[in-house]
Design a protein around this ligand. Structure first.
Ligand SMILES: CC(=O)SCCNC(=O)CCNC(=O)[C@H](O)C(C)(C)COP(=O)(O)OP(=O)(O)OC[C@H]1O[C@@H](n2cnc3c(N)ncnc32)[C@H](O)[C@@H]1OP(=O)(O)O
Length: 170
């Protein structure tokens, strides 16, 4: 996807240190969860990044598959200098297209940015429950995002103050 001022592309392994540098201030502010560098390398195929015309990495976002129909938008971040210029919007659009291509019909996110995600069609999950048969399978996952989706007690420190949101893809 090409825009006038930036491009959205698949992440490459060489981007990982720059992705980590981009999210680090947000980790410090407890907006995003910190992850070890090895975890970013392992997840590199999930990531889309945004570069400005000078090649600076100014945005990132990831799509993590959880179940046949269900994925999570993760690690969505835009550089402070570039906020409010459509990069978040472009990333969400790209991640949704990736989700559709994979056959997903529901996208989860856990966020403080409720207005941004609401504008992009996500709704507060509230106390929405998961089908018991699928719950029994999902609960076996060691992944923290899955535990956040299920609202498990062990991840309450991660979810505190955040909103669990879901979007049904048309
Ligand atoms: C699932 C997770 O990862 S949760 C974590 C989400 N990330 C964070 O909380 C990290 C901190 N926040 C951020 O990095 C950013 O604020 C993000 C990612 C949430 C949004 O990124 P941005 O690039 O600023 O988003 P974007 O520019 O598309 O939209 C923001 C505003 O700019 C406006 N905007 C300006 N230019 C444009 C444009 N060309 N296209 C679209 N929107 C534009 C939008 O209207 C929007 O205004 P609104 O918020 O009043 O609707």
């Amino acid at each position: 996807m090409t825009h006038q001022e930036f491009i959205v592309r698949r992440a490459q392994t060489r981007d990982v240190p720059r992705i980590q540098a981009l999210v680090e201030p947000l980790v410090q502010q407890r907006i995003l969860l910190g992850k070890d560098r090895v975890v970013f390398y392992e997840a590199v195929q999930e990531f889309r990044v945004v570069e400005d015309l000078e090649g600076n990495l100014v945005g990132c976002g990831a799509l993590h598959v959880m179940w046949e129909d269900l994925g999570e938008v993760r690690t969505l971040a835009v550089s402070e200098d570039w906020l409010g210029r459509g990069i978040g919007h472009a990333l969400i659009g790209r991640l949704e297209a990736d989700a559709r291509e994979l056959g997903l019909t529901r996208l989860f996110c856990l966020t403080f940015e409720v207005d941004f995600f609401t504008r992009h069609g996500f709704v507060d999950m509230g106390t929405e429950t998961v089908d018991p048969a699928i719950y029994a399978e999902l609960v076996r996952s060691p992944d923290e995002g899955v535990a956040e989706f299920l609202d498990l007690a062990r991840v309450k420190p991660n979810t505190l103050g955040n909103t669990r949101m879901l979007k049904r893809l048309a």
